[in-house]
Design a protein around this ligand. Structure first.
Ligand code: FES
Length: 84
């Protein structure tokens, strides 16, 4: 399907804006990883954007940087609250 978590959430009409279109430049797809899945390391761009986001926790990721694939079956995420 070649989608990421931001796109999947948007397609399910969840309140994820994805303002920058998946370029790791807005943090409007900020979400928390709630399951034990091993995700790839965040890139410097993702880390930099999360540094500027609100309500960041240890399990914070940008949904647009999580490419969907078979190994993520059962992944549980929680959407971050929208910052001011
Ligand atoms: S959609 Fe902008 S950072 Fe993910």
């Amino acid at each position: 399907m070649n989608m990421n978590m931001m796109e999947l959430c948007k397609s399910a009409e969840l309140p994820v804006e994805g303002t920058c279109g998946g370029m790791a430049m807005c943090a409007s797809c900020h979400m928390y990883i709630e399951s034990d899945h091993e995700l790839h390391e965040a890139t410097d761009d993702e880390e930099d954007m999360l540094d500027q986001a609100f309500f960041v926790e240890g399990n914070s990721r940008l949904g647009c940087q999580i490419q969907l694939h078979q190994d993520l079956d059962g992944l549980v995420v929680r959407l971050a609250p929208v910052g001011e």
